[in-house]
Design a protein around this ligand. Sequence first.
Ligand code: ARG
Length: 609
Amino acid sequence: MAAAERPAPYLVGEIFFWKPFPFLPVKDAIARLRSALETALVKAFGPELVGTDPMLVPASNPKFGDYQANVALSLAKQWGKPPREVASAIVAALAIEDFCDSPTIAGPGFINLTLKADYLLGQLRSSQGSDRLGIDPVAQPQRILVDFSSPNIAKEMHVGHLRSTIIGDVLARVLEFLGHDVLRLNHVGDWGTQFGMLITHLREVAPEALTNANAIDLGDLVAFYQKAKKRFDEDEDFKERSRQEVVRLQGGDPDSRRAWQLLCDQSRREFQKIYDLLDIQLTERGESFYNPLLSEVVSALETSGLLVEDAGARCVFLDGFVNKDGNPLPLIVQKSDGGYNYATTDLAAIRYRTTQDRADRIIYVTDSGQANHFAQVFQVAERAGWVPAGVELVHVPFGLVLGEDGKKLKTRSGDTPKLKDLLAEAIDRSRADVEQRLQSEERSETPEFIEQVAQIVGLSAVKYADLSQNRTSSYAFSYDKMLALQGNTAPYMLYAYARIQSISRKGEIDFQNLDSTELILSDESEWALLKHLLRLDEVLEAIAAELMPNRLCEYLFELSKKFNKFYDRCPVLNATEPDRTSRLVLCDATARTLKLGLNLLGIAVLDRI
Ligand code: ARG
């Protein structure tokens, strides 16, 4: 295919979209406004305006209403007309009286839109008692694959895998909640030349490890792997024997296969401990799964004329990819020794996932160091015709986890920290915090209670600290910051939730059975809280499109702040009716929104803390 015919990827933030992302028809005010504005544009200016973006954004300041449409300005500029005139024509054609006050035109031609009080109260009422908070699943679910976590056998899972695990899990949870059919895939690195050298080395130094599952643990395995790698790089004879071992393994030799299986099982057991601790569900489909499909990838590329031989290696050259000397950087799919590459497996996986899994969207969560890899793989797949129309391949990159000194994360002894130690320390520190707090409050609780709180707070602190960052940036791992009771942290959110539950305990209120027929809100902090509560679906929709979990953290943090302001200003249990019940309904809606939001972040809530 000539360069000019090639579909160009377009960039939204850091993400490549090969196809426009679909609009998710979540039932909400913004969706209704958008469609009313689209209709008004056509009514006012004719059918040429079908599909024009009304440029709807949340209002920058509550005094301008709730939303603002800016389309009049851009149309006026195109047409050389006064913007206020264009805005007036749109407003005249706009039919939103059932849920909005009369729109106003401000400044040079912004259309300000304010939701009606009745509409807002009705929405609050309809979200009551519903775990989904009145958010409907999408009308047309997609089949979405999230490829995340994906550690490598015989190596320790590192913090990069932790980030992938935490971020991938949240994306899967949010997409699933919105009604999509999600498959969570663990693309474990369980195949390749490393097994040849590892098995060869173990046969000599620890043969029992190849026949007895309990002979060594993952720590030993990692050490053996490092030793094997060193020998492979230094000793030609060892290298040759390792190659032969790979050939045996690939040829299905029973001894080799058994040894390989055992090594995989050992690593798998360790990985599973981390997944259990973090409450992560994944379907393992490692690199080995695609092994039988690799030769076909190469032959199909050859047939389509994309394959080029370069110094014995078989590769595809792509425009726009150059090495640091400015020379073309090919994607190598088969090395000169006949072996296949990481990229070959990813190409085979794309073919499998689009045909067998019938994926509409495939999301890959890895560190940004792999951005080039995925850009190349996606482009080759696209050019080879393996990406059916409407299917979207997305790489979701993230930055590094650094130490508090802004350098590579290290333990006190200077080693790379092991994930299980990192998580255990978070729990230990959180346990110490809980014990200290209970002591200062002169409260006594059972050891089980303390342990449960320590676990949930400690692990959610690690998750939340990661998720609250814009994933594309690197961040410094700090126990003190992530466990702080104030600020945008998991403990702050968990306390906010427990505080609301304590209102129901104190007042002996059954949150499930509040009568909301007569709702009344008077204070501005109540309205601000309610409007924010009703924005959850907007936020989830944005996350489905942009794949940025930090949006949900920001939303929840803002929610807790708005709740605190309301709670400072408005008495709840001591208020008279109908204020009292109305405020309790608001408390309950806040608690359920916090719970849902935190659950979508993979965080369990506690009624008491
Ligand atoms: N195993 C790889 C690593 O540790 C990540 C795999 C990501 N997924 C993929 N389909 N390439 O870096």
